[in-house]
Write a protein that binds this ligand. Structure first.
Ligand SMILES: [Zn+2]
Length: 156
């Protein structure tokens, strides 16, 4: 039996990796991110074969494998399908906990996206609630141009 207390402590080592690379997003994804960055619009790929609407866009339909060349503009609103509230703190997270992450079925699309949820008491999160995007003021062409989704306020 090992009784030394030091053997129960995790060993921490430091590493350092530099891996510069370039990645081509393809035509549709590039258009998606340019629209997000320049117009604060969320677009989806509409399949000419089966009519499936996919977000983020794909150039090949996941249902019927048709080539997709057309984007359609979505309202940006969505419905919360499921969510979790993260309390665990880790050095690799982009956001400090606690934060909420939701799977959001986008209005007008057949697919859901995963994103942060903000401006809400996490105890009041409910499946089925309507959400809308909050865009960053300074956008660079990534999914984080959407800062988070927030609940749609009921009209008075
Ligand atoms: Zn299709």
């Amino acid at each position: 039996m090992i009784s030394d207390q030091n053997t129960k402590k995790p060993v921490i080592t430091n590493g350092y990796i530099i891996a510069p690379y370039k990645y081509s997003m393809g035509v549709l994804a590039s258009q998606f991110f340019v629209k997000l960055r320049d117009s604060r619009k969320i677009c989806a790929a509409k399949c000419p074969g089966c009519g499936s609407v996919t977000v983020p866009p794909r150039s090949t339909c996941p249902k019927c494998f048709s080539k997709i060349t057309e984007l359609v503009e979505l309202s940006g609103k969505g419905t919360l399908v499921t969510y979790t509230v993260v309390h665990y703190d880790s050095s690799v997270q982009a956001v400090k906990p606690p934060y909420a992450v939701g799977v959001i079925k986008m209005e007008g699309a057949d697919k859901a996206i995963t994103h942060l949820i903000g401006e809400v008491d996490f105890k009041k999160l409910k499946k089925g609630m309507k959400l809308e995007p909050v865009f960053r003021d300074k956008r660079v062409g990534t999914m984080l141009d959407i800062a988070y989704f927030k609940p749609v306020k009921a009209k008075a």
